[in-house]
Each structure stands twice: as C-alpha cells, then as structure tokens.
Design a binder for this molecule. Sequence first.
Ligand SMILES: [Zn+2]
Ligand SMILES: [Zn+2]
Length: 257
Amino acid sequence: MAPALTTDERPSRSRDGVRDDRGARGRTPIPGDAPEEPDGPDGPGGPDGGGDAEAGDAARTVRARTEPMAVYALRDDDQYLVDTEGGTYVVDLGSETCTCPDHAIRGNHCKHLRRVDMAVGIGRVPAPGERVAACAVCGSGVFVPARETGAFLCGDHRPAVGSFVRDRETDELLVVTGIRATRADEYRTKDGKRISDYETNADYGVHEPVIEAVYVGNAPASPGPLDVSGRKRYGFPASRLRRLDPGERPGTPVIGI
Ligand SMILES: [Zn+2]
Ligand SMILES: [Zn+2]
C-alpha cells in the first residue's frame, strides 16, 4: 500500500521554512514551583535593598532568584500571576509592569518582574506570545505560538527537518522535509484523501500532526550530499516515522529540502 502523497503546494511551504519555524519549538515546560516559606522579611512592599539604586537592583535580583514565588502564565497575552507569601501580583512582560508597591508606587523593576523573566528563560512558563499545548504523541507540555492551532510535538517526538527517519510499517529510510500543525484526519493528499484514511496509517493517532518526508532508498550511496529536491513528498502521522539513534544515522548531508 503506497503511502499518501502530499499536495503540490505543501512542499513549497515546507521549503520556505516559515511554517516550521513558527510551529512547536520542542521547548518542554518545567512544572511550576510553589512558595515554601514566607516572603522576605521586608516583603514585596518593603524597602528593597535600600541605599543606592544599583545596590537595590542587585538585591532585587537575588530575591527574585532565592525567595519562594510561584509563577503562573495567565491566558491574557504577556501576563503572569506571581504568588508569594507576602501577596499575589500580576506581572505584565509586554509593558514591564507589576501590581506590587515596589513597582506601582516606587517605579522599580521589582523582584516579581525579574522572577518572571527568569521563569521564562528556563522554560518554566511560556514566553509572551506562547501557550502550553500537549504533545500529540506523549501528552507532555510543549510551548507553541499562542495563536497557532492544530497538533504539536514535544522535543522528543519532533524530528528535525532534514533528518533521517524510518517508516515503522516498511522499515524504509526517509528524510523529513516538513512538519505540519495539521492533524492526520484533516490533512488531505492530492487526491483529496485524508492521511488517517490510508489503511497503513490505521495504527497511528488521527490527532497526530503530519510529517512530510521523501524516500531516499536504504543506503544513500554517493559520497557527496544527498539532493532531495526532485523527490515526491509523502505525508505520515508523526509516530509512524521512527527517529534514528546516533549510530543508525547516515552521515550524508542532505540538501534540496
Ligand atoms: Zn512586583
Ligand atoms: Zn512527546
């Protein structure tokens, strides 16, 4: 049974790389923390650091890093709830504001703003413009553009574009040319058939995003780079394509994607 051929327009969209870059980035969220002990002695409304401004900023950074605070992303763009024993505040990263007295009254870049910046930096909460989605294969959280809908993959289940994979049904070698946010039961091939309707895809989730790939034969023979530009693109439910262990991967560079 031949796998599903993709439509003509999709390969060109995959080649321009725009959709791929805007898709799930495989940045896996880290579960949130919770406050374990009371806020610092002077609290979020107290004199932060005192003395000159530079010393105050350094003290705020230390507090942002060490004091127990729980950070939650709110549904509104750019906004985060910061829960501390001393109070609960709303930080807006878009306008760089916080509802605590240290920012609202004194205009300082408070410890809550700093803490949210840190939480975004280490992947504990989504960045502004992102939301958390579930990987279609394993269900773990993944950050995706907030306005992007469809199906997504985590870093463990999202192969790199240009990487070699194997078809679990036939064990044939392929190169990934694109990753869509379109589900297998929505993505239609040239002849209007849905990817999920192909018999050979029966064992894979209809809710999975479609991965586009080209067949490259079982042994890329030529010593130079492998040019896949002229090859037909086929669509697969994501989990049908198996990523290769480092030892299994052909070293051949791939061009023409
Ligand atoms: Zn604050
Ligand atoms: Zn996953």
